[in-house]
Design a protein around this ligand. Sequence first.
Ligand SMILES: NC(=O)c1ccc[n+]([C@@H]2O[C@H](COP(=O)([O-])OP(=O)(O)OC[C@H]3O[C@@H](n4cnc5c(N)ncnc54)[C@H](O)[C@@H]3O)[C@@H](O)[C@H]2O)c1
Length: 391
Amino acid sequence: MKTYRIGVVGLGQRIAHVLAAMDEVGWNVDLCAYVDPAPVGAPILEKTRVRLGRPCADVADLLARGPYDLLMLGAPNHLHYAHLIETLDAGVPIFAEKPIVRTEQETDDLARRLARAGTPPLYVGLVMRSLPIVREVLKRVDSGELGEIVSLDATEHLPPEHGGYLARNWRRRQEWGGSYFLDKVVHDFDIFGRVAGSRPSRVASFGGRRIFTSARAERPRLYEDGSAAYALRDAGWAGANDSFQSDMDVTDHQVAMVEYENGVRLGFHANSHTALAERRWYVAGTEGTLIADLVRNKLMVRHTLHRGKPERLDFETRTADAHNGADQAMALDLLAAMEGRAPFPVTPYESMEAGLTVMAIDRAMDERAMIDCAPMWARYDAAKAGQREIA
Ligand SMILES: NC(=O)c1ccc[n+]([C@@H]2O[C@H](COP(=O)([O-])OP(=O)(O)OC[C@H]3O[C@@H](n4cnc5c(N)ncnc54)[C@H](O)[C@@H]3O)[C@@H](O)[C@H]2O)c1
């Protein structure tokens, strides 16, 4: 098997986990060089066959030390756009973490850049696309078994330690992470758009911060068994010390409603501090209903006019990282795409459209208004067609 020469920009926990999964499924990884002032992911790689390559001062230095077979981008979200623009010109395939970029303007500018000839393949880490249970959901929707999709209802509820990490890590600040939804549930909105088979037409959202506030700083910090509830992991790059007394400016709970252009309607509820963790998609079609439980990795389907037991599928793999084997599946998908055996399960355009959907939702929340998405899609489509921005 070929050895892949890889250069990394942003060697945090995420890229280290993806490299570890690549190693696990049989890639021969030669991590030649990386750019990262303090690589948070280095300890994760110690348990793998991947050795840390040469540290580089910046992207130009990294590119000068090529050639590479693959560049991997995994810095905090506010750096994604600059890193993409700097690396796309090298003409080497790129694996970039989600959200692909952080703002509507960056999305349009990237769409315009990708329209240029000679752009290398760009694989985006919307890892849920590789998950067997998600593939099954999409298969069921595409097969027509559910009939026409009418409405969806979905959730993502996190346990306290996860919410507490978001409140201490760089994701707590809009200037770095974008928003709670953009960093955490862009995956889900990518799938919802795919299930609806359409783009959002109108969105509304309400959210705020009522959990990780200084008013609650005196609350108990331990689970009943004595383990720490809010300090399980080091907060990493630009981290804050305390989940309840940081400079967090993103929401810690939020709800959203979306009406898609084809009439499909969606309600979504997320909370970052719950006692009953849940990531669940309820898909209601004219002929059938499906519930995907992404925490327990179980799927339930039944025909609308069937009173017998629903069909239940248990995908078994449940891992502590809550990704349930998705990283390994994505590593195999990435290899298949690099070897030209199969297309990668998600395109950069789908990634940008999922990002824009979430950005419109956040704008609706900020402006306390329902957002008509048509002008946003018109700008994006013009950029995608390579048209210059109208001042
Ligand atoms: N697909 C997924 O399921 C998934 C899961 C987690 C994170 N992510 C994404 O991966 C990215 C990284 O998240 P993470 O959890 O690994 O964060 P992290 O904090 O663990 O890692 C970020 C790394 O970027 C480095 N960095 C900071 N400034 C840099 C710069 N100027 N140049 C190069 N490196 C720089 C930091 O030192 C750190 O090592 C984010 O975009 C996040 O949204 C995706």
